[in-house]
Design a protein around this ligand. Structure first.
Ligand SMILES: [Zn+2]
Length: 162
């Protein structure tokens, strides 16, 4: 009869903890890389959802819209198939809803997660009409760009610290 096969304890120890200590910089770099990918993803998403196309059907079915007269914002507004811009404001019954542009800047030049939704004057006043964000005063254009990646990373770091 053999024994109960007691396995020897201890021995290799350390393991993951040592690996993490030795590779700390690698882990941090990987984290930053991931953050970068996420940011770029957000940027792409913003680009793809921001087409002031005349063909509504081709763009996504849900858009954030803004009323050119009242500046009311309709988030994730369901766009009926085959409709043309501007869409009808369900509150006022007026044909005055346009795709809203998102401004992610704070007044002091930082990134904010919840954008200010802005109506582009160019929709009703011609392509030369300039629009500035009513919140931060920066110019807003069609397919309004996100703040640079460094600024978004800085905001993410600040958030991480609490
Ligand atoms: Zn702004």
């Amino acid at each position: 009869m053999a024994g109960m096969g007691q396995s020897p304890r201890g021995g290799s120890g350390g393991g993951m903890g040592d690996w993490l200590r030795e590779n700390k910089s690698f882990v941090m770099a990987a984290g930053a890389g991931l953050l970068l990918i996420v940011s770029v993803g957000f940027g792409l998403k913003a680009l793809m959802s921001g087409s002031p196309a005349s063909d509504v059907a081709k763009s996504s079915r849900y858009r954030t819209l803004v009323d050119s007269e009242t500046n009311d914002v309709f988030k994730e507004f369901k766009i009926p198939e085959g409709s043309k811009w501007p869409l009808k404001n369900p509150k006022t019954g007026t044909l005055s809803l346009y795709p809203a542009e998102a401004c992610y800047w704070t007044t002091d030049g930082k990134y904010k997660e919840k954008p200010t939704w802005v109506f582009l004057r160019a929709y009703t006043q011609g392509l030369d009409a300039k629009t500035v964000c009513p919140d931060c005063g920066r110019p807003v254009v069609g397919h309004n760009p996100m703040p640079p990646v460094e600024i978004m990373l800085e905001a993410a770091r600040a958030k991480g610290k609490g």
